[in-house]
Design a protein around this ligand. Structure first.
Ligand code: PMT
Length: 400
């Protein structure tokens, strides 16, 4: 989840575009952000507190006081936020913001905020083009606020022109880019190769031997390494995970043999190799050309050993820092340490299927990391946070 743990304060003012806020909140929540929504009194004419609080999972405030007599502290909300977004921002709210006309909760909160402020204006085209709006947007920029310009298109008035609030995806992307740009580029200049997902070993044109790996762990590692400035080569078996990141080169493969070949296309050029793929240890000896027909026999499949990709990486290691994974169901620590040694690794990440929420498919994982001399244990976390822990650990080892 790319916005995991980020605190986003959304201020909604009263314009027809307020309906789009539902999509934005849903997207932010899906990406792991914590959302607090405040609204101007007028915004309630366009969206309800109920629909927004249901999506944001928190009460929505429009006034300094709630009906039960509690004080909704604008200062607390402002200082809580990592970013504040005013969206849709009407001409009226924009004017109040830049001139300090503090007559509602949104403006009082805005004026108490120390975090970066994003403004997504929305209004009719003539209002957007008016010199007073232009001047107010310039003023907002001079306060170092970030403007997400209104888009061209059909407006609520039926007129066509610039004034539509930016689409929720555009706003979400700007916020994500902002958070990514604040991450320290600790892996700048490094090339990281990551294997991910399962491998499928064909039996015939329609069947295969595979496993439950979704690719989530490997894709999370790729995203995190890229955020830290690395060039990432992600080699994945069949997976429905997607990645849109110009620093990540995705190579899709199917079988262990294909994965091995792809890894060794790049192996000499990489600084760090992380093997999170669940590679099938065996493949059918023969792959039938046609679909195997059902009959009354109990067929036997003869298997042959697949190449051990990580072991081969360990044997050919010159300068690469190698990280393996161990997926275990028993004697976990002993088996993981055995693999660390046997495959000539610098560290190994153990996850056990005996831990609830760990291993395959889940959005979470629980790991222990072993080096030749040390061990560190982590709690159950999202795979994004596990990826951060792993890369933090790698970075510490690289400095040694
Ligand atoms: O994809 P997800 O659903 O998010 O699940 C993540 C995961 C559980 C697959 C991941 O966290 C994980 O544990 N990956 C390694 C799974 C595995 O195959 O473990 P292993 O103990 O069998 O293999 C040890 C190491 O050797 C692994 O780094 C593996 O990539 C590598 N290996 C194994 C066999 C082989 N033929 N070639 C290899 O490179």
């Amino acid at each position: 989840m790319s916005l995991s743990g980020k605190k986003i304060l959304i201020a909604v003012s009263g314009g027809i575009a307020a309906y789009k806020i539902h999509f934005l909140i849903r997207d932010f929540v899906k990406k792991g952000a914590e959302i607090q929504v405040i609204m101007t009194p007028d915004a309630e004419n366009f969206v309800t507190k109920l629909s927004i609080s249901t999506l944001s999972k928190k009460p929505v405030y429009t006034d300094f006081y709630s009906d039960n007599g509690t004080w909704n502290s604008h200062v607390e909300m402002a200082l809580w936020a990592d970013v504040m977004i005013v969206t849709p921002c009407t001409a009226n709210t924009l004017a109040k913001m830049v001139h300090g006309m503090c007559d509602n909760l949104v403006i009082a909160t805005y004026m108490s905020a120390k975090c970066p402020v994003f403004i997504a204006p929305a209004m009719d085209l003539d209002m957007y083009a008016h010199p007073s709006t232009k001047k107010n947007l310039e003023l907002a920029e001079s306060f170092k606020h970030i403007i997400i310009p209104a888009e061209n298109g059909e407006l609520a008035s039926g007129l066509i022109g610039q004034g539509r609030m930016a689409e929720p995806e555009t706003i979400a992307k700007r916020i994500e880019d902002f958070f990514n740009s604040t991450i320290e580029k600790t892996l700048e200049g490094k090339t990281v190769l990551i294997t991910a997902g399962p491998t499928y070993e064909a039996l015939d044109p329609v069947r295969f031997i595979g496993n439950h790996s979704s690719g989530k762990m490997g894709f999370s590692l790729a995203e995190e390494a890229s955020k830290r400035g690395a060039k990432v080569i992600l080699i994945s078996g069949p997976s429905s995970q997607i990645i849109n990141d110009k620093n990540v080169e995705l190579h899709k493969v199917t079988s262990a043999k294909e994965m091995l070949a792809k890894v060794f296309e790049f192996y000499d050029t990489i600084d760090i190799g992380i093997a999170s793929a669940a590679v099938a240890d065996y493949a059918p000896k023969e792959v039938a050309k046609e679909k195997i027909k059902k009959n009354d026999d109990n067929p036997t499949i003869e298997l042959i050993k697949n190449p051990d990709i990580l072991k081969t990486m360990g044997e050919k290691k010159t300068h690469q820092f190698l990280v393996g994974f161990a997926l275990e169901t028993q004697n976990e620590e002993e088996n993981a340490k055995g693999k660390l040694e046997k495959k000539n690794l610098d560290m190994i990440v153990l996850n056990s299927l005996r831990d609830e929420g760990a291993g395959f498919k889940n959005d979470t994982n629980k790991i222990k990391i072993f080096t030749k001399t040390g061990k560190k244990e982590f709690t159950l976390k999202s795979k994004e946070d596990v990826a951060k822990d792993i890369l933090d650990f790698v970075e510490v080892q690289l400095l040694k």
